[in-house]
Write a protein that binds this ligand. Sequence first.
Ligand code: KIV
Ligand code: ZN
Length: 396
Amino acid sequence: MTDQTNTTAREQDRVLIFDTTLRDGEQSPGATMTLEEKLEIASLLDEMGVDIIEAGFPIASDGDFEAVTQIAKAAPNTVICGLARANLRDIDRCWEAVRNANKPRIHTFIGTSPLHREFQVRMNKEDMLAKIHETVTHARNLCADVQWSPMDATRTEEDYLCQVVETAIKAGATTINIPDTVGYTAPRESADIIRMLLERVPGMDEVVIATHCHNDLGMATANSLAAVEAGARQIECTINGLGERAGNTALEEVVMAMRVRNDIMPYRTGIDTTKIMQASRMVATVSGFQVQYNKAIVGKNAFAHESGIHQDGMLKHAGTFEIMRPEDVGLTETTLTMGKHSGRAALRSKLSDLGYELGDNQLNDVFVRFKALADRKKEVYDDDLIALMTDQSTNS
Ligand code: KIV
Ligand code: ZN
């Protein structure tokens, strides 16, 4: 590639979405999924336009191997990726599982930070460089699409990080992923690491650069987007942010952030965002991990309003208190939750939806009784309002 082409490639606005719900997501304690459940999720991810599905860790168990093998056949539009540690047995098993996919990928990794070198892999720097060269070369001899990750990259010494990445590229890696394995980095640093690698590592501008963030400090989404601004073009994420400890970057958050704030983050993905709620509900049901009410994009309250001022605003113009349309993520409408903070305008509108058109005096009367009820109940449901109205007509 010429310098000119490289610059153009780096400036391209398309960001690949790599979903690892079925691998890193499933690694959350208690989130184990059956083969049928994994196939159902994979086919929805395939339909919604995810670019790469990390389907599992084939060497981990026969069940994982089987799941990756089946998903490889069931998701025809997407790259199907399996994970492998830095040894030939893992890589061979991974290849066996993904090889029948339309677009197979091997993802191999090793922990490169001082802590991982000393306590996890027990390998010195030189031996590790040789191991990376050997394993990436082996993977590349099997598969044209090889992703390599220095696990705990964000706590790896800068000079050594450059060396390991350069070794992997020379051995044939086509995607270099920079994992923030323990959710330790912050947005500015996340971007600086990508810029530093682009500046110092030969060939870095010829591979796809990926960002893989964990959410231990609640910064996974911000860190992923900062990496993209610095040149990363693949975000690794999971539905609902499912993942070990505090989870991974949430797919729905990065995708909607780039869509809603495209003015300042001019990138695009291939995701059909109207399938986001369906995917969120499916993953919550299958994993048993319920989504918190105030979770961005997919929480029960993400498009719900209770306070009188907000409801009044929403009834006049949805843009007053919503920055995206519920339809864009697959919801049919905004919810005006009736509770003690609701005002007259919302009550009138809700009663009208239920078939009651009230004059001002009647509304005032119902409003007093509605507030008394709302003080006793967290939420006033449609049935409660109908009961109030029935009561009203018997009293009048
Ligand atoms: O968090 C991590 O470092 C990982 C690697 C296997 C990429 O999940
Ligand atoms: Zn991870």
